[in-house]
Design a protein around this ligand. Structure first.
Ligand SMILES: [Zn+2]
Length: 485
């Protein structure tokens, strides 16, 4: 199949805020902001006791992996850094399909910078069609490497209309990826395996994550520590707020491990901007582990890392990439050896739709002028195209979906865009008795998602936050009913 824009409108429908796609929904909850904007609207809950009817033979798992490396010449990170010139290692889309508990559930993770707005919906719709489910039962998360596509079809249409700007994502390549994931997911279903147990484990990562924002005595950002830095002060300053744990959720068939999902919160870049496609240090660690476990699919999810990167421990050298890869690999291996298995008795998939309003500073007319001004650098024309794309998305009321899979003791939470670390720490507090593993970088539409407190502190992330500060309340309230059980 190929990507057909009209099919998206069928999915979005006329009242997307009321859409509850899953059959067997037994509860709806409607939430509204004080401003009267529908924030969220539909909470779909489907709890499937696996023992009902056919007993524990019900739950099956299928996995797929597809190469989604961009072709030579393709834009990286939105078109304002060097395009693809060569390959260090492939970028992959890796997915899990759970069958036998209501309609199938798909969780997919992609080695791209981001999938935003219509592009994110296109991936979810394609995977849903491939396995016979609805798009609200598909989570697609990015790892967020930067020598990679930053795919927004809406921003692409805007820059394409200019005629002189580099592509954001080349539609042909994008459609080929959709065809590949459709085929891979449909084929995988034929080889699904029985799932009997789920395992949870964790290990501390040493010397990788650090907070990017060092706040001064006046309450403003004093130092901004990027993904890599040669500034000795940035190496000396404390780590700041991070989540040191790498968490693993594993699926078993009897004694045999079928898939491991690993979660850790850091921007995944050691260095970039040289046009060489790579899955970078977190992907390289995943691949090293994959080689050792050919029968077990390895997935790595980037947690809430909007304000977290490797800067304290990374000078951007090739040696640093090797070192960081080793540290993530060590944590993956340690986390896997700590796995505790439990028989799976229930599974629940919960979703909530939110539609956070845009940042008041964004003005469509001013953005259009900026994009149209040929004197501006590419970054100052392509980047505003993403901003305009979010404004348009808000106008057409295309919601962002938050979802959580509850399986055995584990809750696998899916959040959008560049959420700050505080959100995943908050999610863990919502369900202290459960093993909560959070993947961010789902729908990338809003770019950075700071906390409300972070807005007055300023700094890069706040200037690149496309939503108003009330997104904090919307996201925090939206998570509550899908995480707390
Ligand atoms: Zn980022």
């Amino acid at each position: 199949m190929s990507f057909r824009p009209h099919s998206l409108h069928d999915v979005i429908g006329v009242a997307p805020q009321l859409r509850v796609g899953a059959a067997g929904v037994d509860r709806r909850q409607f939430l509204q902001t004080s401003a009267g904007v529908m924030l969220g609207a539909a909470l779909a809950q489907l709890t499937s006791p696996l023992a009902a009817g056919e007993g524990m033979g019900d739950l099956h798992l299928a996995t797929f992996r597809v190469d989604v490396s961009p072709p030579i010449g393709h834009s990286c990170c939105g078109g304002w850094i060097k395009p693809v010139v060569d390959y260090d290692d492939p970028q992959e889309a890796i997915g899990l399909i759970l069958l036998g508990a209501g309609k199938p559930v798909v969780i997919c993770v992609v080695d791209w910078t981001g999938l935003l707005n219509s592009a994110h919906l296109a991936w979810r719709t394609t995977l849903a069609e491939a396995v016979g489910t609805t798009p609200d039962r598909v989570a697609v998360q990015c790892v967020h490497q930067h020598n990679a596509p930053f795919a927004c079809l809406d921003a692409q249409r805007i820059v394409q209309a200019q005629g002189d700007l580099p592509d954001i994502v080349t539609p042909d390549f994008f459609n080929r990826c959709l065809e590949r994931i459709h085929k891979a997911a449909a084929d995988a279903v034929q080889k699904a395996r029985l799932v009997t147990h789920v395992g949870t484990g964790q290990a501390k990562v040493v010397g990788v994550a650090s907070n990017r924002r060092i706040i001064g005595p006046d309450g403003k950002v004093l130092h901004w520590r990027s993904s890599s830095t040669k500034n000795p002060l940035h190496h000396e300053l404390p780590e700041g707020l991070i989540d040191p744990w790498l968490k693993t959720v594993a699926f078993y068939s009897g004694e045999e491990k079928l898939a491991c999902c690993h979660y850790y919160a850091t921007h995944p870049m050691s260095y970039y901007g040289d046009g060489r496609v790579s899955s970078d240090f977190v992907g390289l660690a995943r691949k090293r582990r994959q080689k050792e476990t050919p029968g077990c699919m390895q997935l790595y999810f980037t947690g809430c890392s909007g304000n977290v990167a490797a800067g304290k421990y990374n000078d951007g050298s090739k040696e640093a990439r090797v070192r960081l890869t080793g540290r993530i690999y060590d944590a993956i291996a340690a986390s896997e050896s700590s796995l505790r298995r439990e028989a799976v008795k229930t599974l629940a998939w919960k979703t909530v739709e939110v539609l956070p309003p845009p940042n008041e500073s964004l003005d469509a007319e001013a953005l259009e002028k900026q994009i149209g001004n040929r004197q501006n650098r590419v970054v100052n024309r392509n980047r505003p195209s993403y901003m305009l794309a979010y404004l348009q998305r808000y106008e057409r009321k295309q919601p962002i979906i938050l979802s959580a899979l509850h399986v055995g003791p584990a809750t696998m939470l899916h959040l959008p865009a560049e959420s700050f670390i505080e959100y995943q720490l908050k999610a863990q507090k919502l369900a202290p008795e459960r093993f909560v593993a959070t993947a961010a970088y789902g729908d990338g539409g809003p770019w950075y998602i700071p906390t409300e407190d972070a807005y007055p502190q300023g700094g890069y992330e706040v200037t690149m936050a496309f939503c108003a500060s009330k997104i904090d309340g919307i996201l925090s309230e939206g998570m509550r009913p899908i995480v707390a059980t």
